[in-house]
Design a protein around this ligand. Structure first.
Ligand code: DAK
Length: 259
């Protein structure tokens, strides 16, 4: 399917979704959020897709929400105008397959918030992260005040949010904002390498493990452990569990079929 603001390519079970508004550093307007939501819902429903990569290419990830569009908002219409972005962020965070953000150049504001709903973040050496909303008289409203402290801790999150300062890929790695830093020309290669590794694992187990982590973060420890226990037991009803253990005992690689 052709989109105006993103490009979607599927190859060997890996869907790569590329933000495509280079003239405005991939600023995220409402059409981007609508198309991104639609594309992710489609790849989520497509059993042949095992892993999703979201990227902006080698130069820029996204310089945030589209300020030209946002500047026209009022307190009355902003509540409805942000619905597509909220819905898309939630959809990606809860997608039934792993999502890898491959980040080069700027990942600012809503762009950085988009990386936070991915499961794993890989940064190019040229990546820069930040939440400049405070300099616009607003706050990170796409989940940044909630997801960022859960990922890197409240102190570091507040420093980034209150200052609006940008940090380098190395600093992002140091504070746990990203999983890995690679040379810019290796970004998509590394993201695909990781995606292939995830794709070779049992899809149901990955999906349940993702749900355990995501839901567990919203629960207290006891509830989380109970939830994990139920998911763990359920996996013993899958073909993949039988195949995984059989393959181990037969000293061969498992052939998971995602069921
Ligand atoms: N929006 C619109 N256009 C943008 C943009 C943005 N965020 N960022 C860059 N551009 C445009 C520039 O206006 C320029 O366009 P022309 O002037 O050529 O027409 C073009 O991209 C190139 O940018 P620059 O000329 O500025 O390039 P530089 O290399 O000099 O500077 C920069 C790069 C990234 C440092 C600078 O462009 C910059 O500061 N950009 C704005 C960054 C920013 O403040 N981002 C945060 C936006 S607020 C929510 C969901 C999401 C959000 C909020 C709520 N809900 C669900 C409630 C998100 C909010 C935000 O992200």
């Amino acid at each position: 399917m052709a989109y105006e603001t993103i490009i979607v390519e599927v190859e060997e079970g890996i869907a790569t979704v590329t933000l495509n508004r280079p003239e405005v550093l991939n600023a995220l307007n409402s059409l981007v959020f609508i198309e991104l939501g639609e594309a992710c819902a489609n790849v989520g429903a497509d059993d042949s897709v095992r892993v999703v990569i979201i990227t902006g290419g080698e130069k820029v990830f996204a310089a945030g929400a589209d300020i030209k569009q946002m500047a026209l908002s009022t307190a009355v219409n902003v509540a409805t105008s942000v619905r597509p972005s909220q819905a898309t962020f939630n959809l990606i965070e809860n997608l039934n397959k792993p999502v890898i953000a491959a980040i080069a150049g700027y990942a600012l504001g809503g762009g950085c918030e988009l990386t936070l709903v991915a499961d794993v973040r890989i940064a190019a050496e040229n990546a820069q992260f930040g939440f400049p909303e405070i300099k616009l008289g607003i706050l990170p409203g796409g989940g940044g005040t909630q997801r960022l402290p859960r990922l890197i801790g409240a102190g570091k999150a507040k420093e980034l949010i209150f200052s609006g300062d940008f940090i380098s890929a190395e600093e992002a790695l140091r504070i746990g904002l990203v999983n890995k830093v690679v040379p810019a020309d290796q970004l998509l290669i590394e993201a695909k390498k990781m995606a292939k590794k995830f794709a070779a694992r049992g899809a149901v187990a990955i999906q349940m493990a993702k749900t355990c982590v995501n839901e567990g973060l919203r629960m207290d420890l006891n509830m989380g452990l109970q939830y994990e226990h139920k998911c763990f037991s359920l996996l013993f009803a899958t073909e993949d569990q039988k195949e995984g253990m059989k393959a181990f005992l037969e000293k061969r690689k498992p052939n998971f079929r995602g069921r």
